[in-house]
Ligand binder design. Structure first.
Ligand SMILES: [Zn+2]
Length: 407
């Protein structure tokens, strides 16, 4: 199939995934529509397709109302938080040591300053969870305030381009919480000790989701796994993050329509990279516990195809023969450059399990993270579909090279 036809296909897929489907957040109808679309499309290219299911929650909110001293304050329910309707004295906390010393039963607590500097990892998040975060979460649960208000600053590295960012984004944490800007936090702090009223209208909705696993040469002893996360954050169309990666996988599936080699191929839409519980990642690991050692190479596509700058790839614990195959194949494509390693996406799930990995993203990843990631600005116009075609073609070449050399 000619590149121009593939690029047209890519445009259509992208439109489907982030315009016709307005949100792919885990547990939503759009998320289900996206996984159905991925399953149907890969099946149409003669892949054997399975959709293992997991339970999760969806979440809905109608805003928050906060008043102190007769004045209103701007606050939003934290994603996946429970709602509340409480009036209680306000306690203000800025450090973990202050939290440790405080008596918070019956109070509403405002967290601001140092303690609210970075988003707290969800309490049951399996892949990365610093001690300091665990300490804050367990102290909050121990002190049991009636509600939490978090005033947060800009922190692109951990919260993407979102400001203010929710300090807590965790469906397993049951103290109701809202978040606000640093300025609102400063204004609210002057009401410490006074009774404040907080109503947060939010609810959790039991739901389900699935990964999509599309395979060829299923009886092969060795396989290559190519994945991209299909979910998006709440409140973004998620074009670069990560409809683009999903589209590149679908193009690759098309290019491998007639593949009949000896190396197993597994193309996976993983459902949970931007979800507090990483449900799809956990399910994939559970289902593949015994067979991770059979993966010759795992390849993760996330935030590639940014219209500015080249596509960047990076290698993680690859044996020499695989690294050489990747470099010689990708060296033939002007848009592909070897770039800096990064540690925030699904390739780390494989790396942590001793599976060699290759990650593909945009060289301008930092710019994407600080300007558009996780916001309504992450729209299809930012994606250059010709770059997705290039990546899919390079991956097809790599698969064929690895197959022919029996790597
Ligand atoms: Zn992503």
């Amino acid at each position: 199939m000619a590149s121009s036809q593939l690029a047209e296909k890519a445009e259509r897929y992208l439109e489907r995934l982030c315009v016709e489907i307005p949100s792919r957040r885990v547990g939503s109808d759009g998320n289900r529509a996206a996984t159905d679309f991925f399953a149907e499309t890969t099946a149409s290219f003669s892949f054997r397709t399975e959709c293992p299911e997991f339970e999760c929650i969806d979440w809905a909110q109608e805003g928050a109302r906060l008043t102190a001293g007769g004045e209103p304050f701007d606050a939003s329910p934290s994603p996946y938080a429970l709602g509340c309707d409480v009036s209680a004295p306000l306690a203000v906390i800025s450090t973990t040591d202050e939290l440790e010393a405080a008596e918070l039963a019956g109070a509403i607590v405002l967290l601001r300053g140092e303690i609210a500097r970075e988003q707290l990892m969800p309490k049951n998040f399996p892949f990365y969870n610093p001690d300091e975060h665990r300490r804050i979460i367990s102290l909050l649960e121990l002190k049991a305030p009636r509600a939490i208000i978090a005033a947060t600053t800009r922190n692109p590295e951990l919260a993407g381009a979102v400001y203010p960012f929710p300090l807590i984004e965790d469906g397993d944490f049951d103290i109701p919480s809202v978040y606000m800007t640093e300025d609102e936090g400063r204004r609210l702090a002057s009401h410490a000790g006074e009774v404040v009223a907080l109503e947060s209208r939010a609810r959790r909705i039991p739901a389900s989701g699935c990964n999509v696993v599309a395979q060829k040469a299923t009886s092969a002893p060795r396989r290559i796994v190519l994945c991209a996360h299909i979910d998006s954050k709440l409140g973004t169309p998620g074009a670069l993050d990560n409809a683009a990666g999903v589209v590149a996988l679908l193009l690759l599936a098309k290019l491998l329509e007639n593949y009949d080699g000896q190396l197993g191929i597994e193309i996976v839409a993983i459902n949970g990279e931007d979800y507090y519980a990483a449900s799809g990642e956990k399910l994939y690991l559970e289902q593949n516990q015994g067979t991770l050692v059979d993966i010759a190479l795992s390849i993760n596509l996330d935030a590639l195809g940014y219209r500015q700058g080249p596509t960047a790839y990076s290698l993680y614990d690859c044996p020499d023969a695989i690294a050489a195959a990747v470099r010689s194949t990708f060296g033939g494509y002007a848009d592909l450059r070897e770039g800096e390693p990064w540690y925030q996406s699904d390739h780390m799930v494989f790396v942590q399990n001793q599976v060699p990995a290759l990650a593909i993203t945009s060289e301008g990843l930092m710019e994407i993270e600080t300007a558009v990631a996780h916001t309504p600005k992450d729209r299809p116009e930012l994606v250059n579909c010709a770059k997705l075609v290039t990546t899919a073609s390079a991956l097809r070449d790599l698969v064929c090279l690895m197959e022919s050399q029996a790597i």
